[in-house]
Design a protein around this ligand. Structure first.
Ligand SMILES: [Zn+2]
Ligand SMILES: [Zn+2]
Length: 391
Protein backbone atom coordinates (compact mmCIF):
# COMPACT_ATOMS: atom_id res chain seq x y z
CA UNK A 1 0.00 0.00 0.00
CA UNK A 2 1.09 3.58 -0.47
CA UNK A 3 -0.37 6.98 0.10
CA UNK A 4 -3.94 7.19 -1.09
CA UNK A 5 -5.82 10.25 -2.24
CA UNK A 6 -7.30 10.58 1.25
CA UNK A 7 -3.88 11.06 2.84
CA UNK A 8 -3.27 14.21 0.86
CA UNK A 9 -6.25 15.95 2.41
CA UNK A 10 -4.51 16.42 5.75
CA UNK A 11 -0.86 16.25 4.79
CA UNK A 12 0.61 18.89 2.53
CA UNK A 13 3.40 16.84 0.95
CA UNK A 14 3.61 13.27 2.17
CA UNK A 15 6.65 11.51 0.79
CA UNK A 16 7.20 7.77 0.46
CA UNK A 17 10.80 6.64 0.12
CA UNK A 18 11.66 3.09 -0.96
CA UNK A 19 15.19 1.69 -0.77
CA UNK A 20 15.67 -0.23 -4.03
CA UNK A 21 19.24 -1.14 -3.10
CA UNK A 22 21.54 -0.51 -0.13
CA UNK A 23 24.80 -2.25 -1.05
CA UNK A 24 28.14 -1.21 -2.39
CA UNK A 25 29.08 -1.34 -6.07
CA UNK A 26 29.84 -5.06 -6.03
CA UNK A 27 26.50 -5.88 -4.32
CA UNK A 28 26.16 -8.44 -1.53
CA UNK A 29 26.53 -11.46 -1.67
CA UNK A 30 29.78 -11.93 -3.56
CA UNK A 31 30.12 -14.96 -5.81
CA UNK A 32 33.59 -15.68 -4.46
CA UNK A 33 32.18 -15.89 -0.93
CA UNK A 34 29.44 -18.31 -2.00
CA UNK A 35 31.85 -20.62 -3.82
CA UNK A 36 34.77 -20.80 -1.39
CA UNK A 37 36.21 -24.26 -0.73
CA UNK A 38 35.16 -25.77 2.63
CA UNK A 39 38.60 -25.28 4.19
CA UNK A 40 38.54 -21.52 3.57
CA UNK A 41 37.18 -19.10 6.14
CA UNK A 42 33.48 -18.60 5.44
CA UNK A 43 31.93 -15.17 4.84
CA UNK A 44 28.96 -15.27 7.19
CA UNK A 45 27.35 -12.17 5.65
CA UNK A 46 27.26 -13.56 2.13
CA UNK A 47 26.34 -17.13 3.18
CA UNK A 48 23.47 -15.82 5.29
CA UNK A 49 21.79 -14.42 2.19
CA UNK A 50 20.99 -18.02 1.20
CA UNK A 51 18.64 -18.26 4.19
CA UNK A 52 15.39 -16.37 4.91
CA UNK A 53 16.94 -14.97 8.10
CA UNK A 54 19.73 -13.37 6.09
CA UNK A 55 17.44 -11.55 3.66
CA UNK A 56 18.53 -8.12 4.94
CA UNK A 57 22.15 -8.96 4.19
CA UNK A 58 21.39 -9.20 0.46
CA UNK A 59 22.07 -5.75 -0.91
CA UNK A 60 21.88 -4.46 -4.46
CA UNK A 61 23.49 -1.23 -5.74
CA UNK A 62 22.34 1.88 -3.92
CA UNK A 63 19.17 3.19 -5.50
CA UNK A 64 15.82 4.49 -4.35
CA UNK A 65 12.34 5.38 -5.46
CA UNK A 66 10.60 8.47 -4.11
CA UNK A 67 6.85 8.66 -4.55
CA UNK A 68 5.03 11.85 -3.71
CA UNK A 69 2.23 14.10 -4.83
CA UNK A 70 2.22 16.69 -7.56
CA UNK A 71 0.55 20.07 -7.11
CA UNK A 72 -2.47 18.45 -8.83
CA UNK A 73 -2.45 15.49 -6.40
CA UNK A 74 -1.14 13.06 -8.99
CA UNK A 75 1.45 10.45 -8.02
CA UNK A 76 4.99 11.42 -9.03
CA UNK A 77 7.54 8.60 -9.04
CA UNK A 78 11.24 9.46 -9.05
CA UNK A 79 14.00 6.88 -9.44
CA UNK A 80 17.41 7.79 -8.02
CA UNK A 81 20.19 5.91 -9.83
CA UNK A 82 19.83 3.02 -12.20
CA UNK A 83 22.88 0.82 -11.73
CA UNK A 84 24.00 -2.70 -12.51
CA UNK A 85 21.33 -4.33 -10.34
CA UNK A 86 18.40 -2.09 -11.29
CA UNK A 87 16.54 -4.70 -13.32
CA UNK A 88 16.43 -7.32 -10.58
CA UNK A 89 15.53 -4.66 -8.00
CA UNK A 90 12.66 -3.44 -10.17
CA UNK A 91 11.41 -7.00 -10.68
CA UNK A 92 11.28 -7.46 -6.90
CA UNK A 93 10.04 -4.06 -5.69
CA UNK A 94 7.94 -2.51 -8.47
CA UNK A 95 5.13 -5.10 -8.32
CA UNK A 96 5.35 -5.36 -4.53
CA UNK A 97 4.89 -1.64 -3.96
CA UNK A 98 2.52 -0.88 -6.83
CA UNK A 99 5.12 1.04 -8.82
CA UNK A 100 4.90 1.32 -12.61
CA UNK A 101 5.39 4.67 -14.35
CA UNK A 102 8.69 6.55 -13.78
CA UNK A 103 8.30 10.32 -13.99
CA UNK A 104 11.96 11.16 -13.50
CA UNK A 105 15.34 9.51 -13.09
CA UNK A 106 18.05 11.35 -11.14
CA UNK A 107 21.60 10.05 -11.62
CA UNK A 108 24.07 10.87 -8.86
CA UNK A 109 27.24 10.18 -10.85
CA UNK A 110 28.67 8.20 -13.74
CA UNK A 111 29.88 5.05 -11.99
CA UNK A 112 28.59 1.66 -13.16
CA UNK A 113 26.54 1.08 -10.01
CA UNK A 114 24.65 4.31 -10.65
CA UNK A 115 24.04 4.24 -14.39
CA UNK A 116 24.73 0.88 -16.03
CA UNK A 117 21.07 -0.17 -15.74
CA UNK A 118 19.81 2.66 -17.94
CA UNK A 119 19.47 0.30 -20.89
CA UNK A 120 16.87 -1.70 -18.94
CA UNK A 121 14.55 1.30 -18.93
CA UNK A 122 13.67 0.28 -22.49
CA UNK A 123 11.17 -1.98 -20.74
CA UNK A 124 9.22 1.16 -19.88
CA UNK A 125 9.31 2.95 -23.23
CA UNK A 126 9.59 0.30 -25.96
CA UNK A 127 6.47 0.65 -28.07
CA UNK A 128 5.07 2.72 -25.21
CA UNK A 129 4.91 -0.29 -22.87
CA UNK A 130 4.33 2.00 -19.90
CA UNK A 131 5.17 5.47 -21.17
CA UNK A 132 6.50 7.15 -24.32
CA UNK A 133 9.70 8.50 -22.79
CA UNK A 134 11.50 8.94 -19.46
CA UNK A 135 12.94 12.25 -18.24
CA UNK A 136 16.51 11.98 -16.96
CA UNK A 137 18.21 14.63 -14.83
CA UNK A 138 22.02 14.54 -14.81
CA UNK A 139 25.07 16.78 -14.57
CA UNK A 140 26.81 17.69 -17.82
CA UNK A 141 29.66 15.42 -16.83
CA UNK A 142 27.37 12.43 -16.30
CA UNK A 143 25.68 13.21 -19.61
CA UNK A 144 29.06 13.10 -21.36
CA UNK A 145 29.98 9.86 -19.62
CA UNK A 146 26.74 8.23 -20.77
CA UNK A 147 27.42 9.53 -24.24
CA UNK A 148 30.91 8.03 -24.17
CA UNK A 149 29.88 4.65 -22.72
CA UNK A 150 26.47 4.19 -24.32
CA UNK A 151 26.20 6.53 -27.33
CA UNK A 152 22.92 4.96 -28.46
CA UNK A 153 21.27 6.11 -25.21
CA UNK A 154 21.89 9.68 -26.32
CA UNK A 155 21.47 9.42 -30.04
CA UNK A 156 19.69 6.68 -31.96
CA UNK A 157 22.02 6.92 -34.93
CA UNK A 158 24.41 4.80 -32.83
CA UNK A 159 21.87 2.02 -32.26
CA UNK A 160 22.40 -1.32 -33.96
CA UNK A 161 20.70 -4.70 -34.04
CA UNK A 162 16.95 -4.28 -33.86
CA UNK A 163 17.30 -0.72 -32.59
CA UNK A 164 15.24 -1.43 -29.50
CA UNK A 165 16.59 1.31 -27.25
CA UNK A 166 14.95 3.36 -24.52
CA UNK A 167 13.43 6.77 -25.20
CA UNK A 168 15.01 9.38 -22.95
CA UNK A 169 14.64 13.11 -22.60
CA UNK A 170 17.80 14.51 -21.05
CA UNK A 171 17.87 17.47 -18.67
CA UNK A 172 21.18 18.97 -17.53
CA UNK A 173 21.18 20.08 -13.90
CA UNK A 174 23.72 22.10 -11.95
CA UNK A 175 24.99 22.07 -8.41
CA UNK A 176 23.02 24.36 -6.13
CA UNK A 177 20.38 25.19 -8.75
CA UNK A 178 16.97 23.82 -7.69
CA UNK A 179 14.78 22.39 -10.41
CA UNK A 180 11.23 21.15 -10.73
CA UNK A 181 10.23 17.74 -12.02
CA UNK A 182 8.18 18.60 -15.11
CA UNK A 183 5.20 20.71 -14.12
CA UNK A 184 4.58 18.75 -10.94
CA UNK A 185 5.67 21.33 -8.38
CA UNK A 186 8.12 18.78 -6.94
CA UNK A 187 11.35 20.60 -6.10
CA UNK A 188 14.81 19.00 -6.13
CA UNK A 189 18.04 20.71 -5.09
CA UNK A 190 21.22 19.01 -6.34
CA UNK A 191 24.55 19.54 -4.62
CA UNK A 192 28.02 18.12 -5.26
CA UNK A 193 30.07 16.19 -2.72
CA UNK A 194 33.44 14.51 -3.02
CA UNK A 195 33.33 10.81 -3.88
CA UNK A 196 36.99 9.86 -3.88
CA UNK A 197 39.35 11.33 -6.40
CA UNK A 198 40.26 11.20 -10.05
CA UNK A 199 43.37 9.12 -10.57
CA UNK A 200 44.09 10.14 -14.12
CA UNK A 201 42.76 13.07 -16.09
CA UNK A 202 39.76 12.03 -18.14
CA UNK A 203 40.36 12.05 -21.90
CA UNK A 204 38.42 14.72 -23.73
CA UNK A 205 35.00 13.53 -24.83
CA UNK A 206 33.93 15.56 -27.80
CA UNK A 207 31.33 13.55 -29.63
CA UNK A 208 28.77 15.97 -30.98
CA UNK A 209 25.78 16.42 -28.69
CA UNK A 210 22.71 15.88 -30.80
CA UNK A 211 20.49 18.89 -30.17
CA UNK A 212 17.22 16.96 -30.14
CA UNK A 213 18.51 14.64 -27.40
CA UNK A 214 18.60 17.49 -24.90
CA UNK A 215 15.53 19.22 -23.57
CA UNK A 216 15.19 22.77 -24.95
CA UNK A 217 15.49 24.36 -21.52
CA UNK A 218 18.79 22.70 -20.82
CA UNK A 219 20.81 22.97 -24.02
CA UNK A 220 22.55 26.12 -22.86
CA UNK A 221 23.29 24.75 -19.42
CA UNK A 222 26.74 23.74 -18.41
CA UNK A 223 28.09 22.49 -15.13
CA UNK A 224 31.13 24.12 -13.60
CA UNK A 225 31.25 21.35 -11.03
CA UNK A 226 32.51 18.44 -13.04
CA UNK A 227 35.47 16.27 -12.18
CA UNK A 228 38.51 18.31 -12.97
CA UNK A 229 37.23 21.38 -11.17
CA UNK A 230 39.81 22.39 -8.57
CA UNK A 231 38.90 21.75 -4.96
CA UNK A 232 37.60 24.63 -2.95
CA UNK A 233 40.44 26.20 -1.04
CA UNK A 234 39.07 25.30 2.38
CA UNK A 235 38.95 21.64 1.41
CA UNK A 236 42.50 21.33 0.19
CA UNK A 237 45.07 19.55 2.28
CA UNK A 238 47.56 22.27 3.07
CA UNK A 239 50.47 20.25 1.76
CA UNK A 240 48.92 19.55 -1.63
CA UNK A 241 48.90 21.94 -4.55
CA UNK A 242 45.49 22.50 -6.08
CA UNK A 243 46.35 20.64 -9.24
CA UNK A 244 47.68 17.50 -7.51
CA UNK A 245 44.43 16.06 -6.21
CA UNK A 246 41.16 16.37 -8.05
CA UNK A 247 38.03 15.21 -6.26
CA UNK A 248 35.54 13.10 -8.13
CA UNK A 249 32.21 14.84 -7.65
CA UNK A 250 28.91 13.12 -7.03
CA UNK A 251 25.46 14.67 -6.71
CA UNK A 252 23.35 14.47 -3.61
CA UNK A 253 19.77 15.70 -3.65
CA UNK A 254 17.39 17.49 -1.32
CA UNK A 255 13.95 16.29 -2.23
CA UNK A 256 11.00 18.53 -1.38
CA UNK A 257 12.43 19.58 2.00
CA UNK A 258 11.69 16.03 3.20
CA UNK A 259 14.80 14.01 2.39
CA UNK A 260 18.51 14.68 1.95
CA UNK A 261 20.04 11.90 -0.14
CA UNK A 262 23.84 11.38 -0.16
CA UNK A 263 24.62 7.87 -1.38
CA UNK A 264 28.27 8.19 -2.40
CA UNK A 265 30.49 10.53 -0.45
CA UNK A 266 33.94 10.71 1.09
CA UNK A 267 33.77 14.41 2.05
CA UNK A 268 31.13 17.12 2.17
CA UNK A 269 32.74 20.48 1.31
CA UNK A 270 32.11 23.42 3.64
CA UNK A 271 30.28 25.42 0.97
CA UNK A 272 27.73 22.58 0.77
CA UNK A 273 27.28 22.68 4.55
CA UNK A 274 26.76 26.41 4.21
CA UNK A 275 24.06 25.78 1.59
CA UNK A 276 22.34 23.32 3.97
CA UNK A 277 22.44 25.93 6.72
CA UNK A 278 21.17 28.73 4.49
CA UNK A 279 17.98 26.76 3.82
CA UNK A 280 16.94 27.32 7.41
CA UNK A 281 15.30 23.97 8.04
CA UNK A 282 16.73 20.48 8.06
CA UNK A 283 14.85 17.83 6.08
CA UNK A 284 13.61 15.23 8.58
CA UNK A 285 15.29 12.29 6.80
CA UNK A 286 18.95 11.92 5.85
CA UNK A 287 20.02 9.00 3.66
CA UNK A 288 23.78 8.63 3.95
CA UNK A 289 26.71 6.58 2.69
CA UNK A 290 28.43 4.09 5.02
CA UNK A 291 30.65 1.46 3.43
CA UNK A 292 32.13 -0.25 6.46
CA UNK A 293 33.73 0.49 9.85
CA UNK A 294 36.81 2.25 8.49
CA UNK A 295 36.58 5.15 6.09
CA UNK A 296 37.59 4.59 2.48
CA UNK A 297 38.97 6.76 -0.32
CA UNK A 298 35.53 7.07 -1.87
CA UNK A 299 33.11 6.40 0.98
CA UNK A 300 32.42 7.19 4.61
CA UNK A 301 33.12 4.74 7.42
CA UNK A 302 30.81 4.51 10.42
CA UNK A 303 32.62 7.14 12.49
CA UNK A 304 32.32 9.81 9.79
CA UNK A 305 28.77 8.73 8.94
CA UNK A 306 27.64 9.22 12.53
CA UNK A 307 29.50 12.53 12.81
CA UNK A 308 27.85 13.69 9.57
CA UNK A 309 24.45 12.62 10.89
CA UNK A 310 25.07 14.58 14.09
CA UNK A 311 26.09 17.69 12.20
CA UNK A 312 23.09 17.45 9.88
CA UNK A 313 20.63 16.90 12.71
CA UNK A 314 17.88 15.12 10.75
CA UNK A 315 15.24 13.32 12.80
CA UNK A 316 16.26 10.00 11.30
CA UNK A 317 19.37 8.98 9.37
CA UNK A 318 19.37 5.81 7.29
CA UNK A 319 22.74 4.44 6.21
CA UNK A 320 23.32 2.59 2.93
CA UNK A 321 26.09 1.40 0.62
CA UNK A 322 27.34 -1.40 2.87
CA UNK A 323 30.01 -3.93 2.00
CA UNK A 324 29.89 -7.55 3.18
CA UNK A 325 32.23 -6.87 6.14
CA UNK A 326 29.36 -6.69 8.61
CA UNK A 327 25.91 -8.20 8.85
CA UNK A 328 22.74 -6.14 9.12
CA UNK A 329 22.27 -6.99 12.78
CA UNK A 330 25.81 -5.81 13.55
CA UNK A 331 24.97 -2.44 12.04
CA UNK A 332 21.79 -2.26 14.10
CA UNK A 333 23.81 -2.80 17.31
CA UNK A 334 26.39 -0.18 16.36
CA UNK A 335 23.86 2.44 15.27
CA UNK A 336 21.74 1.89 18.38
CA UNK A 337 24.84 2.79 20.38
CA UNK A 338 25.05 6.05 18.42
CA UNK A 339 21.56 6.69 19.74
CA UNK A 340 22.74 6.27 23.31
CA UNK A 341 21.79 2.63 23.91
CA UNK A 342 24.19 0.90 26.23
CA UNK A 343 25.43 -2.42 24.90
CA UNK A 344 28.10 -2.88 27.52
CA UNK A 345 27.78 -6.27 29.11
CA UNK A 346 25.97 -7.65 26.06
CA UNK A 347 27.53 -10.52 24.21
CA UNK A 348 28.98 -8.72 21.23
CA UNK A 349 30.78 -10.06 18.19
CA UNK A 350 34.33 -8.81 17.71
CA UNK A 351 33.31 -6.81 14.66
CA UNK A 352 30.57 -5.09 16.65
CA UNK A 353 33.09 -4.16 19.30
CA UNK A 354 35.28 -2.65 16.59
CA UNK A 355 32.34 -0.66 15.29
CA UNK A 356 31.37 0.60 18.74
CA UNK A 357 34.97 1.48 19.46
CA UNK A 358 35.01 3.67 16.34
CA UNK A 359 32.15 5.89 17.49
CA UNK A 360 33.12 9.22 18.96
CA UNK A 361 31.47 10.68 22.04
CA UNK A 362 28.62 12.94 21.08
CA UNK A 363 24.95 13.71 21.29
CA UNK A 364 22.72 10.68 20.79
CA UNK A 365 21.28 10.51 17.30
CA UNK A 366 18.78 8.22 15.59
CA UNK A 367 20.69 6.25 12.94
CA UNK A 368 19.84 2.85 11.47
CA UNK A 369 21.04 0.70 8.57
CA UNK A 370 18.68 0.73 5.63
CA UNK A 371 17.97 -2.53 3.83
CA UNK A 372 16.64 -3.39 0.40
CA UNK A 373 12.88 -2.94 0.30
CA UNK A 374 12.68 -0.71 3.41
CA UNK A 375 10.01 1.97 3.12
CA UNK A 376 10.09 5.29 4.93
CA UNK A 377 7.21 7.75 5.12
CA UNK A 378 7.55 11.47 5.79
CA UNK A 379 4.32 13.30 6.55
CA UNK A 380 3.59 16.81 5.37
CA UNK A 381 4.26 17.97 8.91
CA UNK A 382 7.68 16.30 8.93
CA UNK A 383 7.05 13.26 11.11
CA UNK A 384 8.85 10.10 10.03
CA UNK A 385 7.97 6.44 10.28
CA UNK A 386 9.27 3.35 8.54
CA UNK A 387 8.37 -0.29 8.13
CA UNK A 388 11.60 -1.68 9.55
CA UNK A 389 12.21 -0.20 12.99
CA UNK A 390 9.89 0.09 15.95
CA UNK A 391 12.30 2.35 17.81
ZN1 LIG B 1 31.15 -12.09 1.49
ZN1 LIG C 1 30.51 5.71 -7.22
Amino acid sequence: MHYTKDDSANASTPVEFIFMGTGTSSCVPHVDCLTRPPEAEPCLTCLSTLTPEGKRNARRNTSAVVRLRSACSEDVTILIDCGKSFQSAAVEWFPKFGLRRIDAVLITHAHADAMNGLDDLRGWTLRGAIQLHIDLYVSMNTFKEVQRAFPYLISKEYASGGGDVPEFKWHIIEEGVPFEIGGTGVQITPFAVHHGRIFTPAPPVEMPITPHSLSPASTAASSPNVPGTPLHAEDLPTSSPADAIQPYLCFGFIIQDAITYISDVSHIPEHVWAMFKSRGKVPPVLVLDCLRILSHTSHLGIEDSVETARRMGAKRTYLLGFSHDLQHDDWVTITEAAGGENHEGSKLALIEKHGLHGLREGDPIWVRPAFDGLRVFVSGEGSVRDEGYSR
